[in-house]
Each structure stands twice: as structure tokens, then as C-alpha cells.
Design a protein around this ligand. Sequence first.
Ligand code: NAP
Length: 246
Amino acid sequence: MLKGKTAVITGSGRGIGKAIALKLASLGANIVVNDIPSSAYADDTAEEIKKLGVEAICVKGDVRSKDDVDNLVKTALDTFGKIDIFVNNAGITRDGLILRMSEEDWDMVMDINLKGAFNCIKAVARPMMKNKGGAIINIASIVGVAGNAGQANYVASKAGLIGLTKTTAKEFAKKGIRCNAIAPGFITSDMTDKLSDEVKAQYFSAIPLNKFGTTEDIANAVAFLASDMSGYITGQVINVDGGFVM
Ligand code: NAP
């Protein structure tokens, strides 16, 4: 389905990003793994992907840095000649109630989750225009749609990412570039492993499908939005959350 395509996935050394990279590779895409310079996993992930019979490289860099992002895009283009799919997946949490949230925690989450995606969209838009099209997929969160006490910075960054998705879709539709977002619900990963059993139980009781999501559930939705099967879809947010928000 994606044979000969090139996909770049930020924050793909582990977690949801890694699952996305493996899924797109299993469908035939060549993969550029990105993660922060200190990542202990990114090189191994690229090696694992190569075993699926596609090409894969690892380009470390912090999405907050315009220079790092420009290098990521340039290296991908130098290696594969084009970028067809770009997934803004890198993201962090620094939770706390508003009255206790530090300016530093606010800034860090906004910088990585929102400005990082802006840096990447700005860098990849021109090469995609030159290539007469592309698919940008932003990994938002269901809390960016519904809000969540104790996550003001994270919620604001993900709600902002949804707004950025719609604006990107409108600005580049005529150039053949589609931009959509996925809003995952509670997905089993290192990010959610940190939550207390009490918080996990609260989430669980509110999920109609009666189970937590897997990284593969998100990867499947990305594969759809990355492929021509979603060719008439842009500017949308797909909730992948077991029915948590409807
Ligand atoms: P994760 O396991 O913490 O993985 C996040 C990845 O992003 C890691 O590989 C991390 O690198 C990388 N990263 C962090 N800061 C970066 C930066 N500045 N530049 C480049 N890469 C960076 O999280 P996850 O659960 O897979 O989440 C992936 C995405 O899904 C995030 O955007 C998150 O907000 C979103 N999401 C997750 C859930 C969930 O339930 N898990 C729900 C909704 C949305 P290191 O390995 O070095 O830390």
C-alpha cells in the first residue's frame, strides 16, 4: 500500500512512534526514525525496521530546534529524494494543576508538542509541494478535544495542534498536501504507565469498548491517513479512543 513512499516519524525510537514506523514499514514505506539526541532506542528501532525489507535511517534531533528539524528533512531528502508522509508524534507530559504548574513546565510542553510540530510542518511543506503532494499526520490527544484537569499545558498544546492541523490543511490543500490529526485516548505505553492505578481505573470505567488502546491501534489509523485510501480526507481529527469521547 505504501511501497516506494518515504515516511518520517518524529519521536519514533519507542512507544506509539515506533509502532507507527513499524506499521508504515510493513506496508512498504522507507522510514526515517527521529528521536532526541540522547535517545537510547532510536538506532535499534531503525535496525529493527530494516529487517522488514525496507530502507531505514535514524536521524536524531530535537523537534524544538529549527536547525535539528531542517537537518532531519534535508537528510531524509538526501537519502530518499522525497518525503511523502510526515508524522508529528514527538510529545511529552509535565502534569500539574494550574495553580501549581511552573512556567518551565508550561513552556517545555508547548515547545515540544506544538512548536515542534510547527517547525516540522514548515520544513517539510516546501519539499512536499515540489513533490506535488504529501500526507502530514499530527498525533494530538483526546484531552485536546475534551479538556482534562491537571494537564493545562498538555491539553493546550494538543488543542493547539488540532488548530494547526486544520490551518495546515487549508493552506496546502491546493498543493495536494493533506493534513489530519489523530486523537488517541488511553493507550498503553510508557507515558500512561506513569499514571496511578486509581487514575487508570477512572479512565477504564469511562471507555465504552471496555479496554485500553494499543500502540498498534494508533498505527493502523496513521496508515489509513497516510495512504491513498484517505485521499478525500483533510483537516479532520480522528478519535481513536474506544468511544471515550463521542
Ligand atoms: P512516549 O512513550 O513517551 O514516547 C515519546 C517519544 O517522543 C519518545 O521516543 C521520546 O524520546 C520522543 N521525544 C520526546 N521529546 C522529543 C523531542 N523534543 N524531539 C524529538 N523526540 C522527542 O510517548 P507515547 O505514549 O508513545 O506518545 C506518543 C505521542 O502520542 C505523543 O505526542 C503523545 O502526546 C501522544 N498521545 C499518547 C497517548 C497515550 O495514551 N500514550 C494518548 C494520547 C496522545 P525519549 O525516548 O528519548 O524520551
